[in-house]
Ligand binder design. Structure first.
Ligand SMILES: Nc1ncnc2c1ncn2[C@@H]1O[C@H](COP(=O)(O)OP(=O)(O)OP(=O)(O)O)[C@@H](O)[C@H]1O
Ligand SMILES: [Mg+2]
Length: 607
């Protein structure tokens, strides 16, 4: 019962998306009335026509087609008889046009509604915090937007198409059979409740299978996403066969659900037809005896049988649609689940605006956990305007986590972070993000032109500004060597660029943004000496006049930092200038000595 109520509300919600397109639906409804009317007219005429063909003169045939023709044309009966084939064609033509209008308008309305749903999912997903994306792998989200919405759409189109047309057709024919013989009509309809029962059971199974099947499909989508984007690693470790097997196994799991779904779907029509045969048998039995006893004319009987044959078809379709809609409701529930996900990091009602911040940042007693596991414990750290704070420490110490709290990718568990003395949670999120430029550990570029990739820093920047940023990032020269300069498309994941080049593009992006606060999670990838120097110089340009939090792997960055904080297991264990920390002889000294012995530049990897 509860489930039925939930289904109904999901269904209503789904249909609600088509409401803005009510004009199309209304036009379609008119088409549906046309289809239903012509179906009834055809059924009504057939009996009369047949009777006349086999018995009386042609005069009455015209009447059977409808008083319309004879009055409209007021010609003699023979001519009307000749008009009959044309009338039939005209009737079917009319029905065809109505059907076309009906089907196109309603399915298009459905398509528009579904498009809105797809946009809404994407829009809402984009607003969710990183915590959501951590818990929902990319492949899963892609599957929801693509597969789940498609399945939902299939059902919606079917139901929209069928609901008016078949209901109206069924009602029209129903009127006709009751008009012809109400007792027989009741016999005909006795079997309809029998049809509902198996339909419901099949529908329930289809809904359950749809949900499970979509889950398997999202597994497939995950594998695809992971393997295509990680193809280099797969090749390097020659794991192709393993991945192929993994894919086939996932595909097979999906097939199992698809097979069960097909079984139930294929079962529906035969069951309906067997049940229908009881109705037809009943009508022949009782109707035949009525005809024999003279209670019913042969023509009425034939009309009745034809109408009845036709009536079962829309009813069967409606019931079939019921089971299809169940599948689509299964998909819709999954889709709405994502749409209903409430963003956990949003602007408060009285969020403050902030112009350009001076750039004083303070972390006070900050604690944080991803999932119950404490990652940061009472971290205190501050930076004055223009200062450089370097974060160093063992891998997994919490450096990336600490800096990702500043742009509110996650909110602190307890404690607070302030910019210019204002708690970042009381700022408008857009304003907060305006203050921060981020160069991530991972260089993320998009399948766009170089200019556009840099413009992610500031979309309204002019070409000159883009070039100035690229020059400051030591990227201009290599960009000019590319075939189309700044207009070169760098392909998926920037495959055509070297590691150092990608880094410099990301730095150019941050320079273009020109924010007062900079977060720099230095990439660890080893660069050759020349790239290394250029990247370092680009970084120096980027850091000038900005409050910088840098997760440093390069000694040159650390030497010039105003403060170095050593983060170990989420705790700031040491803090001070390079010189002070060396003198205190703690973890930093150990790290420095190891690095010095190794003569490397990546201090972290030596720890
Ligand atoms: N998205 C996440 N969900 C759950 N736990 C996470 C997540 N990201 C990081 N962690 C955990 O938090 C801890 C700190 O990770 P963090 O990435 O902040 O370390 P790090 O100091 O930046 O390391 P590295 O120097 O290797 O980049 C680790 O134990 C890690 O397993
Ligand atoms: Mg990190």
């Amino acid at each position: 019962m509860k489930e039925r109520v939930a289904s109904m509300s999901t269904f209503r919600r789904l249909l609600g998306y088509t409401l803005p397109y009510w004009r199309l639906i209304a036009v379609s409804l008119v088409g549906a009335v046309g289809v239903a009317a012509s179906d009834s007219a055809i059924a009504f005429s057939v009996g009369k026509v047949l009777k006349k063909v086999f018995s009386e003169d042609s005069h009455e045939i015209a009447i059977s087609i409808g008083p319309l023709l004879s009055t409209a044309f007021s010609v003699d009966s023979l001519s009307i008889f000749r008009l009959l084939p044309f009338a039939l064609i005209a009737l079917f033509l009319f029905r065809g046009v109505c059907r076309y209008i009906q089907q196109f308008c309603i399915t298009y309305a459905g398509q528009l509604g579904v498009q809105d749903i797809r946009n809404e999912i994407y829009q809402r997903n984009m607003r969710l915090s990183l915590r959501f994306f951590n818990n929902h792998p990319t492949g899963v989200l892609m599957a929801r937007v693509l597969n789940d919405v498609s399945m939902m759409q299939n059902g919606l189109s079917e139901v929209l198409m069928s609901i008016f047309r078949d209901t109206l057709t069924a009602l029209g024919l129903l009127g006709l059979v009751f008009y012809l013989d109400w007792k027989l009509a009741i016999i005909t309809l006795v079997v309809v409740p029998l049809m509902i029962f198996p339909t419901k059971i099949i529908g329930r199974h289809l809904k359950r299978l749809a949900k499970l099947g979509l889950e398997r499909l999202s597994d497939i989508s995950c594998i695809l996403q992971e393997t295509f984007s990680g193809i280099k690693v797969i090749k390097a470790f020659s794991l192709e066969d393993r991945e192929i097997n993994r894919f086939q196994a996932a595909n097979l799991l999906f097939l199992n659900f698809a097979r069960k779904t097909l079984k139930y779907q294929a079962l529906h029509t035969p069951i309906m037809e067997v049940i229908t045969s009881f109705g037809i048998a009943g009508v022949i039995w009782f109707g035949g005896s009525h005809v024999l006893s003279g209670q019913m004319g042969a023509d009425a009987f034939i009309s009745f049988v034809v109408a009845m044959g036709m009536i079962y078809s829309p009813i069967k379709k409606l019931l079939n649609v019921y089971s299809i809609i169940q599948r689509s409701l299964g998909a819709a529930e999954r889709v709405f689940e994502i749409i209903d996900e409430t963003p956990d990091i949003v602007d408060g009602p009285d969020a403050l605006s902030l112009g350009r911040a001076r750039g004083e940042v303070a972390f006070r007693d900050v604690c944080f956990a991803y999932n119950n596991e404490q990652v940061l414990s009472t971290v205190n750290l501050s930076a004055k305007k223009g200062e450089v704070v370097a974060l160093v420490g063992p891998s997994g110490g919490g450096k990336t986590t600490l800096v990702s709290l500043l742009p509110r990718f996650y909110d602190v568990g307890s404690g607070s972070i302030t910019i210019d003395g204002i708690d970042i949670r009381s700022l408008k999120l857009a304003d907060l993000l305006q203050q921060i430029a981020l160069v991530d550990q991972e260089t993320i570029l998009f399948n766009e032109t170089i200019a556009n990739n840099i413009k992610y820093g500031r979309t309204d920047a002019s070409d000159e500004e883009v070039e100035r940023a690229a020059r400051a990032a030591y990227a201009h020269d290599f960009i000019m060597e590319m075939p189309d300069g700044y207009k070169t498309n760098i392909g998926d994941r920037g495959v055509r660029l070297s590691g150092g080049q990608k880094q410099r593009l990301c730095i150019a992006r941050a320079i273009l943004k020109n924010a007062p606060i900079l977060i720099l999670d230095e990439a660890t990838s080893a660069l050759d000496t020349e790239s290394e120097q250029m990247v370092q110089q680009a970084i120096n340009n980027l850091m000038s006049n900005r409050t910088t939090f840098v997760i440093a792997h390069r000694l040159s960055t650390i030497l010039h930092a105003d403060t170095i904080a050593v983060l170990d297991k989420g705790v700031v264990v040491e803090r001070g200038s390079h010189q002070q920390l060396l003198e205190s002889g703690g973890l930093y000294k150990k790290l420095y000595d190891m690095q010095f012995q190794g003569e490397g530049t990546d201090v972290r990897s030596k720890m």
